[in-house]
Design a protein around this ligand. Structure first.
Ligand SMILES: C[S@@+](CC[C@H](N)C(=O)[O-])C[C@H]1O[C@@H](n2cnc3c(N)ncnc32)[C@H](O)[C@@H]1O
Length: 221
C-alpha cells in the first residue's frame, strides 16, 4: 500500500469494516436466488477451465461468498480485499481458501499471474474517472487470453452517498456505472468484449445490474 492513500480507500475500508458481520449474514446465500448471476459466473469459470485453468483472483472479494462459489465451480480461487473486517468473515466462512489484504489500485500480484479476474461489485467504490488504472492493473495481472468478469449497478457514472447500510450508520460512496464507458475503458486497456448482460432490477434493487465478460488480448496495450 502506498504511503499516501486515496481518500476513497480509507472511507470504503472503514465502512466495510463496520458492516462486515451483517453483510456476511445478509449475503451468504444470496446467489442461490440469482440465476442470471450464477450463469455469468458459470460462463466465466467454463472459459477459464477451457483455457487450462489456473489461479483466479476475486478482487474485492468481501466476505468471500463468491470466492467460495468459484471454488465450487472447480476454479483455483483466491480473494483480495481492502477491508480486514470483510476478510475476517471470508476466512471464517471459507477456511480452505486463500485471502489477502490489498487494493485493486495496486495489486500485490505478479504480471500475468492469474488466469481469471473477478471484480464483483468491487470497482463500484472507485470514482469512475479513476477506474481506468484499475482496469490496467487487472490487465497486468492477467495472462494473455485470461478472462475478466465485472459486476456493477448501472447508471450514468453518478455518485450515491450512503449514510446507512446493512443496519449501520456509515459514510461512503457507491457509483452507478455506465456500461458503455466501462467497456470503452476496458478496450483501451487491452480487453476484448465477450458478453455484456444487463438484468432488470429485482427485489430491493434500485437500478439494473450489468455483467461484463471480457478477454485480455494476447498483447495488452
Ligand atoms: C459491495 S462489496 C462486494 C464484495 C463481494 N465481491 C461480494 O459480491 O459480496 C465491495 C467490496 O469491495 C471492496 N473494495 C472496494 N474498493 C476496493 C479496493 N480499492 N481494493 C480492494 N477491495 C475493495 C470492499 O472492501 C468490499 O468488500
Amino acid at each position: 500500500m502506498t504511503d499516501v492513500e486515496a481518500p476513497h480507500l480509507h472511507v470504503t475500508r472503514t465502512a466495510y469494516d463496520t458492516v462486515a458481520a451483517d453483510y456476511a449474514e445478509m449475503f451468504r446465500d444470496e446467489l442461490a436466488g440469482k440465476p442470471v448471476e450464477r450463469a455469468m459466473l458459470a460462463a466465466f469459470a467454463e472459459l477459464v477451465l477451457a483455457d487450462g485453468g489456473g489461479p483466479v483472483g476475486d478482487l474485492g472479494c468481501g466476505t468471500g461468498r463468491v470466492t467460495g462459489h468459484l471454488a465450487t465451480l472447480g476454479l483455483d480461487a483466491l480473494g483480495v480485499d481492502l477491508s480486514p473486517g470483510m476478510l475476517a468473515q471470508a476466512r471464517r466462512d471459507h477456511p480452505g481458501l486463500r485471502f489477502a489484504e490489498g487494493t485493486i489500485t495496486a495489486l500485490d500480484l505478479a504480471d500475468a499471474e492469474l488466469a481469471g479476474v473477478l471484480g464483483w461489485y468491487s470497482v463500484i467504490h472507485t470514482p469512475p474517472e479513476e477506474q481506468e488504472p484499475v482496469f490496467a492493473e487487472f490487465a497486468r495481472v492477467l495472462r494473455p487470453g485470461g478472462r475478466l468478469l465485472l459486476g456493477f449497478q448501472v447508471g450514468e457514472d453518478q455518485k450515491v452517498r450512503l449514510e446507512q447500510a446493512y443496519g449501520h450508520e456509515v459514510s461512503y460512496d457507491v457509483y452507478r456505472l455506465s456500461p458503455d464507458r466501462v467497456i470503452a475503458d476496458l478496450r483501451d486497456n487491452g480487453f476484448v468484449l465477450h458478453a455484456r448482460v444487463v438484468r432488470e432490477p429485482e427485489g430491493w434493487e434500485k437500478t439494473s445490474q450489468c455483467y461484463v465478460l471480457a478477454t485480455r488480448a494476447a498483447t495488452a496495450r
